[in-house]
Design a protein around this ligand. Structure first.
Ligand code: HEC
Length: 134
């Protein structure tokens, strides 16, 4: 019996060690990304500039991210955010989130406009996980 206990214990320890040493992954959480995407904030820069009460990512990118982005202030349209929509940037022919410089540039601009700060790495991972699940 003691031998069995020792064995189980050793196995459990082994499993714990494996989990602890697994390489860190960009583990975005699609559900958290959806909640983040749909939240609107009042009084931010974008709301003030567009003359509306509250603005969130959904305001330009649409509640259904398979629909075209439509800028709340200018009305300019560009492609959907959902990866499944298959939209490609007309200038670079890159699909969404393939051009990390572009993605980072827009995160920086839009997070500042909506949240008044840059998004955290987790918020970005969650956002992209949600868009890739759509
Ligand atoms: C005022 C309008 C507006 C709001 C609000 C907005 N965005 Fe955007 N966003 C844009 C536009 C316009 C683009 C450029 C679309 C294009 O042509 O690729 C863009 C592009 C992006 C991209 C680049 C995607 C790629 O192709 O790699 C990301 C990421 C992004 N937005 C994240 C966000 C997040 C996160 C929020 C909310 C915190 C947000 N946006 C809110 C207008 C907005």
């Amino acid at each position: 019996m003691n031998t069995l206990k020792t064995l189980v214990c050793a196995l459990t320890l082994g499993a714990a060690t494996m989990v602890a040493t697994a390489p860190a992954q960009a583990a975005g959480d699609a559900a958290a990304g959806k909640a983040f995407y749909e939240k609107v904030y009042s009084g931010n820069n974008y709301a003030q500039s567009a003359g509306v009460n509250a603005v969130g990512c959904v305001s330009c990118h649409q509640t259904n991210p398979k629909q075209n982005t439509r800028h709340i202030k200018t009305g300019n349209e560009s492609g959907p955010m959902a990866a499944s929509a298959g939209w490609r940037d007309p200038d670079t022919n890159q699909p969404r989130y393939a051009d990390s410089q572009k993605t980072e540039k827009w995160f920086k601009r839009n997070c500042n406009g909506v949240l008044g700060r840059e998004c955290t790495a987790q918020e970005k991972d969650d956002f992209i996980a949600y868009m890739k699940s759509q």
